[in-house]
Design a protein around this ligand. Structure first.
Ligand code: UTP
Length: 298
């Protein structure tokens, strides 16, 4: 039987974003901008391209800027119209969500990613759903979630986006224990959250894109705190290993930027800046000058 279509996506955005303090004292991390678009816009565009129709945000106190971002801005729009700035009006269109397409639930304490997803359980109901972490930004010809939705149509079960990392970096990720390597798709026999380098079962790390079965929500119902005292999504997914539908990793095609870290955010800013036709010449020349100056100074 073909797996049910994935039309709902959860965006957990209730974390404290401590790595970006003091900025995140008053700005949600997801509103920070790569060039001129907030991180959340990249995730929404990726979800739309994958056929997602319902967008569920798990938020927390201090995230109202996020809700405002997706609202209509009638004064701004009429001013742009009056001034004939049609291009800017088009840009704004992407930020508008249809009434009822977007929903917000609160996580009242940051108890981990697993707990954040669990907070959305009533809105998800009994169907497969996607989870996108907006601080993982993925540049790809075919958007990553779209690649995964296509792969999921073949496998069913749970699917996590996977990326090769050097062993020393494994302790920052959930890592896959591989049962069967089929190329882009890998069948998984276990998952370990943040293993020590010598204990990592493979070099395939889980990053922030998932397609999950509703069974994972049942697993989260029973979950206790895992690594770091948080309720881990990885643990709830790992419980599905060996189940009827199984768990799969998907080696996506694309470049992932960890915009939850300062270095990753800066790398993404450079990459996205250089990929923009309106900026690449001036920005590229500036970067070249910087390199020359740095080399001269050494
Ligand atoms: P991170 O591990 O990056 O945590 O969460 P964080 O709080 O956002 O950032 P730092 O580490 O303090 O700098 C990964 C994703 O999970 C969400 C975050 O909002 C982010 O999208 N999250 C995490 C929640 O929604 N709730 C939580 O309790 C924890």
């Amino acid at each position: 039987m073909k797996p049910k279509k994935v039309t709902k996506a959860v965006f957990p955005v209730a974390g404290l974003g401590t790595r970006f303090l003091p900025a995140t004292k008053s700005i949600p991390k997801e509103i920070m901008t790569l060039v001129d678009r907030p991180l959340i816009q990249y995730a929404i565009d990726e979800a739309r391209a994958a056929g997602i129709k319902e967008f569920i945000f798990v938020t927390s106190r201090g995230k109202s800027a996020l809700e405002d971002y997706f609202d209509n801005a009638p004064e701004l729009e009429s001013e742009l119209r009056r001034k004939g700035k049609t291009e800017m009006l088009e840009v704004l269109k992407d930020t508008n969500m249809d009434s009822g397409a977007i929903a917000y639930v609160r996580q009242n304490r940051p108890m981990g990613l697993g707990h954040a997803v669990w907070c959305a359980r009533r809105l998800i109901g009994d169907e497969p759903f996607a989870v996108l972490l907006p601080d993982d930004v993925i540049a790809a010809e075919k958007p990553c979630l779209q690649q995964m939705v296509e792969a999921y149509a073949q496998t069913g079960g749970c699917m996590v986006a996977a990326m090769e990392v050097p062993p020393a970096r494994a302790s920052s990720y959930g890592v896959l224990d591989i049962k069967n390597d089929l190329g882009a798709i890998v069948e998984v026999k276990g998952m370990v959250e943040k293993p020590k380098a010598e204990e990592a079962p493979s070099n395939l790390a889980v990053i922030g894109r998932y397609i999950l079965t509703p069974q994972v929500l049942n697993n989260l119902n029973r979950m206790k705190q895992g690594a770091g005292g948080e309720i881990q999504l990885t643990d709830a997914i790992a419980e599905e290993v060996g189940g009827k539908a199984g768990v799969y990793g998907y080696r996506f095609r694309g470049q992932r930027y960890d915009c939850g870290s300062k270095a990753g955010f800066l790398q993404a800013t450079v990459a996205f800046g250089l990929s923009r036709p309106d900026l690449c010449e001036e920005f590229g020349a500036y970067l070249n000058d910087m390199i020359v100056q740095r080399q001269a100074a050494q």
